[in-house]
Structure formats: structure tokens, C-alpha cells
Design a protein around this ligand. Structure first.
Ligand code: ZN
Length: 160
């Protein structure tokens, strides 16, 4: 069964940056699952998955435009420290959830002052070329419910 729209794909991956440093791996946990064609994973990786099959291994390098986007220097903002009152002690580099008028966004702490905190709204992997070492562990048909929800249910997916 080849990977195409409306298939559920499970895979292991190891993610490295342009310097070849390993940044993340699924190897110590269960494989990740996604619904192909639903935009659940970054576009460059989804494109590389198309047509592959269970048991295949491959490596793909994805440029920022097809991954987490370019860095936006306006993404660094100074916000009042009171927004983070219930977070506890903040450290530079720490990811935190910020509540905004547009909802919750994950940001990264850049600098902590007494009254203000500088945060970066860019995704931590924005502006980076990413290399994925992938092993496809399973490909199956999505259920009608998964297709209507636009995501995978059960192991590796959403439980609700
Ligand atoms: Zn669902």
C-alpha cells in the first residue's frame, strides 16, 4: 500500500539540523502517526512521503519554506512579566505558552527582566534546513471518522 491522500502513516524519524546535530528522535517512543494529505506534518516531509510504502527508509532535507518558515525578526517582542505570573521562574531558551487575543501561542523566552520579558514568537525551528531520517513502519487506510476530523485516532494520534 503506497502513501497517498487518506492513508494513515506511522513512522520513526530522527531530525538533524544543517550542522548534522541530532535535535529530536522518535526512536525512544512509539512511532508518530499522521493522516496523509491533511497538513498534519510539515509540507516538505509530507511531499517526500508520497508514494512510499511500509518498511521504506529514506532521508530528506527540507528547506525552511517547506518546514517551519523563515525567521521573522519582528517575532521578538517585549511583554509585561505579569503575563507569565503563573509560569514560575523563567529562563532564557525556555518554551512557554502565552495567552493572547488570538488564543494561546507557544513562544520562547529570550531575556527576563524585572518587569518585562523578551519573547520570540518564531517557531524554534524557523529558518532552519531540517534533515529527516525516516523509517515508515505502517501504512493503512484512514477511517471515515479520521478523514472527517482531519487527523489520526488511536495510537500515535488524537484520543477523544
Ligand atoms: Zn478526531
Amino acid at each position: 500500500m503506497n502513501i497517498e491522500d487518506k492513508k494513515v502513516v506511522s513512522f520513526h524519524y530522527t531530525l538533524s539540523n544543517a550542522e548534522g546535530e541530532e535535535m529530536e528522535t522518535s526512536r525512544e517512543r512509539d512511532p508518530m502517526s499522521y493522516l496523509h494529505g491533511a497538513g498534519n506534518i510539515i509540507p516538505g516531509l509530507e511531499k517526500a512521503m508520497a508514494g512510499k510504502t511500509k518498511g521504506e527508509q529514506f532521508e530528506v532535507t527540507v528547506e525552511p519554506a517547506d518546514a517551519y518558515g523563515e525567521r521573522d525578526e519582528n517575532g521578538i517582542q517585549r511583554v509585561p512579566a505579569k503575563h507569565f505570573k503563573n509560569v514560575g521562574r523563567l529562563e532564557p531558551g525556555q518554551p512557554v505558552i502565552m495567552h493572547t487575543e488570538q488564543g494561546q501561542v507557544q513562544v520562547t523566552v529570550v531575556k527576563v527582566g524585572r518587569f518585562n520579558v523578551d519573547i520570540d514568537r518564531n517557531h524554534p525551528l524557523a529558518g532552519q534546513s531540517l534533515t529527516f531520517d525516516v523509517e515508515i513502519t505502517d501504512v493503512r487506510d484512514a477511517t471515515a471518522e479520521e478523514i472527517s476530523h482531519g487527523h489520526v485516532h488511536g495510537p500515535g494520534g488524537v484520543n477523544h
